[in-house]
Design a protein around this ligand. Structure first.
Ligand code: PSU
Ligand code: MN
Length: 300
């Protein structure tokens, strides 16, 4: 753990973990490096300590220096989900952590809150491919509060919400009654619960933990209205991206990065703007919730 993060955790001060797969595999270079700084600055602006999570030289790291962020954003890192953590440590590798792996590492050092763009979920066609993100299983068993913009619209949103329900993971809309769809504000599905303030989100999280649930929680915030991707453009990119993935035989953990890359490459920068805006907003909200949690006592 970085010294600043360790101090904040020990003192019960607000900390927000940030995942590194979205930097290494979800955003193009060199914009990813600027985004890494921007996300950390957004967390600080709202009074919390940022802790970007990755595995470097086989060591799980919570809180990275600027030089370490350079490595994360410089290309060549593998994408690590939870099952890959032991392998990366044992073989002394570098890797970027997904939502699932970030949750595991953050919780292990007492940081229950983190921000990302979009959760992984059930992929379209999962009935045949069995492609269900490990993010869902991780949320079922890891006590972390994830602030995100719902799940990526490239997924089967309805099936993903069903799995979260089965796993007893609370899903809260932040100032919305609609479950957000990452690039779009409304995925077409309602959220089971809504909160309108960081204090209410913090109160729900504390109660959820106090009642003994082992599960995490999803706080879903839609992308700011001005940054939403145009609906027609979105649908076209999605159809093209799905066809491209099928044509090239892309599968497993390469599917999500390939789809995001297609969006970025084929939208003339529009999807990148949307993606950056939503992760920034999520980092800000996560910091506000972290502050609310810390002011009401130590993190549960
Ligand atoms: N949010 C983004 N970009 C991303 C991701 C989230 O804005 O690239 C990443 C997260 O790390 C998440 C992963 O865990 O996508 C899901 O990958 P998969 O579908 O292979 O489980
Ligand atoms: Mn997958």
């Amino acid at each position: 753990m970085a010294a600043e993060v360790a101090d904040a955790v020990a003192g019960g001060r607000p900390v927000v973990a940030l995942e590194s797969t979205l930097l290494a595999h979800g955003l193009p270079s060199p914009q990813n490096r600027a985004a890494a700084d921007e996300l950390e600055a957004a967390v600080r602006r709202h009074g919390a300590v940022p802790a970007t999570v990755a595995v470097l030289d086989g060591v799980p790291r919570v809180g990275l220096s600027p030089a370490e962020l350079d490595r994360v954003c410089g290309g060549g890192l593998v994408k690590l989900s939870v099952r890959d953590l032991g392998v990366a440590v044992g073989l002394r590798r570098d890797g970027a952590t997904t939502v699932a792996a970030t949750a595991a590492l953050a919780q292990a050092v007492g940081v229950p809150l983190f921000a990302t763009g979009g959760l992984g979920g059930v992929h379209r066609g999962a009935r045949d491919s069995w492609d269900v993100s490990a993010d869902l299983a991780a949320l079922a068993g890891t006590g972390v509060l994830v602030v995100c913009s719902g799940v990526k619209s490239i997924l089967d949103v309805s099936a993903t919400l069903e799995v979260l329900e089965t796993a007893s993971v609370p899903v809260l809309g932040y100032r919305t009654d609609a479950f957000p769809g990452f690039y779009r504000r409304d995925s077409g599905h309602p959220v089971p619960w809504r909160v309108d303030t960081p204090a209410d989100a913090a109160a729900v999280w504390r109660a959820h933990r106090a009642l003994g649930s082992p599960a995490g929680m999803v706080l879903a915030q839609p992308v700011p209205p001005g940054d939403e991707l145009d609906a027609g453009l979105h649908d076209r990119l999605l159809d093209e991206g799905m066809a491209l993935v099928a044509r090239r035989g892309i599968s497993g953990k390469d599917v999500t990065p390939a789809l995001l890359e297609h969006f970025h490459a084929a939208s003339g920068g529009a999807s990148l703007r949307t993606n950056l805006a939503l992760v920034r907003a999520n980092a800000e909200l996560a910091a506000q919730v972290a502050v609310a949690l810390a002011s009401a006592g130590r993190h549960p």
